[in-house]
Design a protein around this ligand. Structure first.
Ligand SMILES: [Zn+2]
Length: 294
């Protein structure tokens, strides 16, 4: 049983959902982020957030996968101040919705003053809504940005146990673990962090507070990264209990602080593709299947 705690399923196909379900993924967490192309208005942002708590949640359910999301203003679009101001106003409407397990993904991209301003404002929102925080760390100047991120979280009075620092690598893992944060790794198929490197990190640091995700989106990425890496870990001799921690239990422990996700949720992952969401199904005219027939 696996959880992919960072995956942008809106950008993926129903084949991905099917393959993930077959490989044992029971739940996914989809962070709000940017779309590759800058949004031009708060209205499209609003519709996007609405789809995360609505249509996408339904779409996942039709393949027997539980879908949760995080809500936030991403760091890239924090640099568009008029848009960012307007988005900040609508975030509270969505943070209170069912299945929202954190404020995120937020943090730094280019480490600008505006990114910092909206990161701080959203940490305050997390405290107000009593939600954990999912942090995106920058790809450039990663260690510096990661340390700054943790400093700012602490300045705002958040506990490390309430914050997931994501997109770690060999250079950041020690700093993040040492300060008591949840330490997440995104596994990329070709560049950045790969599965073999993750096996080495697991060997060196163990499994406490460490977990993995695919961050699969519209770019080159692999929504099967969690089950694939879990298999590689097992083949490499990492004990089953540790693999379970890194590919399921630790992510659950981090995000269940929201009160919006629990293992009971997927004890009955029954589905019926004849169901509709606001009049629409995922079928496009094909014959519906039920979980009992799948
Ligand atoms: Zn992401």
């Amino acid at each position: 049983m696996y959880i992919d705690p960072h995956v942008h399923m809106s950008a993926r196909t129903t084949d991905d959902y099917q393959a993930m379900a077959e490989a044992g993924v029971v739940a996914v967490i989809e962070p709000a982020f940017w779309l590759g192309q800058p949004r031009t208005s708060v209205d499209t942002y609003k519709d996007y957030l609405a789809s995360l708590v609505g249509w996408e949640r339904f779409r996942a359910s039709q393949f027997g996968i539980k879908h949760y999301c995080t809500i936030g203003l991403n760091s890239k679009e924090a640099n568009n101040e008029p848009l960012a101001e307007a988005v900040m106003e609508i975030l509270p409407l969505f943070l209170a919705k069912e299945g929202v397990v954190a404020v995120g993904e937020i943090g730094f991209d280019e480490q600008t003053a505006l990114e910092e301003k909206y990161f701080r404002a959203q940490l305050e929102l997390a405290k107000q809504f009593d939600l954990p925080v999912m942090v995106h760390t920058p790809h450039r100047d990663k260690l510096k940005g990661t340390i700054l991120t943790m400093d700012i979280c602490e300045e705002h009075g958040l506990l490390p146990s309430q914050v997931v620092i994501d997109h770690n690598n060999e250079n950041t893992v020690k700093a993040v673990l040492d300060r008591g944060y949840w330490t997440a790794f995104t596994l990329y198929p070709q560049t950045k962090m790969g599965s073999e490197r993750m096996v080495n990190i697991a060997r060196q640091y163990g499994s406490e507070r460490i977990f993995i995700d695919s961050s699969a989106d519209w770019g080159v990425s692999d929504p099967m990264a969690v089950p694939k890496t879990a298999n590689l870990m097992l083949q490499s001799g990492i004990p089953q209990t540790e693999v379970h921690q890194m590919c399921y239990a630790n992510a659950l422990a981090a995000y269940q602080q929201s009160g919006q996700i629990a293992a009971e949720d997927w004890q009955t992952a029954d589905f019926d593709q004849a169901e509709l969401f606001e009049g629409n199904s995922v079928l496009r005219g094909q014959k519906p299947i039920k979980s009992s027939e799948a």
